[in-house]
Design a binder for this molecule. Structure first.
Ligand SMILES: [Zn+2]
Length: 318
């Protein structure tokens, strides 16, 4: 089975007419059922992320700031990011889902997990919200794997149309966590050029693939495929995360990098191949962007289908 974290709690991060709003994921349960995927996933119960785990990525002062801002009624905590009264608790549920998936996948309970969480995370900084993101879900999960569960080599693949600057910053000097980001460039948030490769013991463990607007789909996919396999051969990950943004779709109102829905099945299978080759198939995918709700629904369906269909190739557990 594939672990699926997709629960009504993620609708309670209420952002009004903001492009990152609950409507993005509201239709997912019906789609999963209609697509016949509901019976092919397992929905675990999980707990919100603990404060010590949030502090693996974020400063205590920032965590306190989000809590106080939400409890005082919320609003724009920075110029792109809305916090509602429930958002602190929802953000903890989102990070907690990724932590739970990480524990279960590392334990071997299941090989694959998909966390359809809000708010997204990959722009969130150690000390601040950014770009619709409050806490960096995928970075927290990777830190738990690295520091609590003893996973020595981890790969994070970020195919959101925007550069995952928060994740890059978290692991900039960390040689245990490889970070590969393919994104439109130049574009928000401004970072992600090819000369950003990490520092210290993390030098060479960051790989950015900036893609110009207007690049043909085939060229995008070729660049991703070649870089992913080469980089994974270098990192040799024991666990793989995906920052799965779907805003590089042709119909996305923000990203517009020209991908079609079926391209996300290709991206998914490429990452699954890398996970099979190096990591015993262990993949945890975490939703980031994707801002046209019907298109996002389509993309999540093909992404999850590619994950569940991989089961037939799995060896039985030893
Ligand atoms: Zn994005």
């Amino acid at each position: 089975m594939t672990l699926l974290y997709s629960e009504p709690v993620f609708l309670h991060h209420e952002t009004g007419a903001h492009v990152e709003r609950a409507d993005r994921i509201r239709q997912i349960p019906q789609r999963m059922a209609a697509a016949g995927l509901e019976q092919r996933v397992c929905r675990p119960e999980w707990k919100p992320a603990t404060l010590p785990r949030l502090r693996l990525v974020h400063s205590g002062a920032y965590i306190d700031e989000v809590w106080a801002f939400a409890k005082s009624g919320g609003g724009y905590i920075e110029h792109d990011t809305v916090v509602s009264p429930a958002s602190y608790d929802v953000a903890l549920a989102a990070a907690g889902a990724v932590c739970d998936a990480t524990e279960r996948v590392v334990r071997g309970e299941d090989r694959r997990a998909l966390c359809l969480v809000r708010p997204p995370g990959h722009h969130a900084l150690a000390g601040g919200a950014m770009g619709f993101c409050i806490f960096n879900n995928v970075a927290i999960g990777a830190r738990v794997a690295e520091l609590e569960l003893g996973v020595d080599r981890i790969l994070i693949v970020d195919w959101d149309v925007h550069h995952g600057n928060g994740t890059q910053g978290t692991f900039w000097e960390d040689g245990h966590v490889g970070f590969l980001s393919i994104h439109r460039w130049p574009f928000y948030p401004g970072s992600g050029d090819t000369d950003e490769t990490g520092a210290g013991s993390g030098l060479g463990a960051t790989l950015n693939l900036p893609i110009r607007f207007g690049t043909p789909r085939a060229a995008y996919l070729d660049a991703f495929r070649a870089a992913l396999h080469q980089f994974a051969g270098k990192i040799r990950p024991q666990l793989v995360f995906i920052s799965a943004g779907f805003d590089s779709h042709r119909l996305d109102p923000l990203g517009g990098l020209g991908l079609e829905t079926e391209d996300f099945a290709v991206l998914t299978r490429e990452v699954l191949d890398v996970a099979d080759a190096h990591a015993g198939g262990r993949v945890i995918s975490v939703l980031e962007g994707g801002y046209d709700p019907p298109t996002l629904c389509d993309c999540i369906e093909v992404h999850l289908r590619a994950m569940v269909e991989r089961e037939k190739d799995d060896n039985p557990p030893i």
